[in-house]
Write a protein that binds this ligand. Structure first.
Ligand SMILES: [Zn+2]
Length: 230
């Protein structure tokens, strides 16, 4: 690696390690489950969590670097067992800079029923632009999970997909955006569950969902040139 690439990878190791603390902060993961990765911009590389390491033991040094076939390039530990899925997403979706996977409880409960989360909240319209879809059942190991993520997201605005009987995968233009989508996915999944428990939730008209999504994605936030990742 040249000096610039080495610096870039070191920064991403720190960023990805730090972002893992958000998964525990928001209660999205148990034990060592869940993982975050970031694409190294302009390179066929990603930084990802090592397999089976506890959240308290994650640091920039323990992150690993893999190529986009999931082969270990740099690091002392084995990469996450979900590396093949992350790698598939980066190969298929060049605009994606970050991927997150969790088994967060409420969202995964919808996944267990194989039911998409209908768009009944303005916050969901803002962030997801419609329903949060369900992807196919797929076994870990090969490309099946990655294929299921990419195929399902292709037909939706949502940056989150509920993989059937498994859990949540989210994408973003960078790792922080993908983490935000994972946090918001669990938030709307919880509220959607509570709403249904209380009775029949009221729908939002498609035109209103479209207007909310457009405003949030294009207008919301501070008019700062280095606008914070949504
Ligand atoms: Zn999983």
């Amino acid at each position: 690696m040249n000096v610039e690439l080495t610096r870039q990878v070191r920064e991403l190791r720190e960023t990805v390690a730090r972002l893992h603390a958000e998964l525990t902060r928001y209660g999205l993961v148990a034990w060592t489950a869940g993982n975050i990765s970031a694409r190294v911009p302009g390179q066929k590389l990603m930084v990802i969590k090592p397999s089976g390491v506890g959240y308290d033991d994650l640091s920039a040094e323990t992150m690993v670097v893999c190529d986009l076939d999931g082969v270990l390039v740099e690091g002392d530990l084995a990469p996450s067992s979900d590396t093949a899925a992350h790698a598939y997403v980066y190969r298929a979706m060049p605009e994606v800079g970050g991927v997150v996977h969790t088994h967060s409880s409420y969202a995964t409960a919808w996944a267990a029923r194989g039911e998409p989360i209908p768009c009944q909240l303005t916050a969901q319209a803002d962030e997801f632009g419609g329903e949060i879809p369900v992807g196919p059942f797929a076994l870990i190991g090969g490309d099946d999970i990655g294929k299921g993520i990419v195929t399902t997201l292709a037909g939706h605005r949502s940056p989150a997909v509920l993989m059937r009987n498994h859990g949540v995968f989210t994408i973003g233009r960078d790792a922080r955006a993908a983490v935000k989508a994972a946090v918001m996915c669990e938030d709307v999944a919880r509220t959607a569950h509570l709403a249904r428990a209380l009775g029949a939730p009221a729908p939002i008209a498609q035109a209103d969902i479209d207007a909310l999504y457009h405003r949030y994605q294009n207008v919301y936030g501070q008019p700062h040139p280095a606008k914070e990742t949504r």
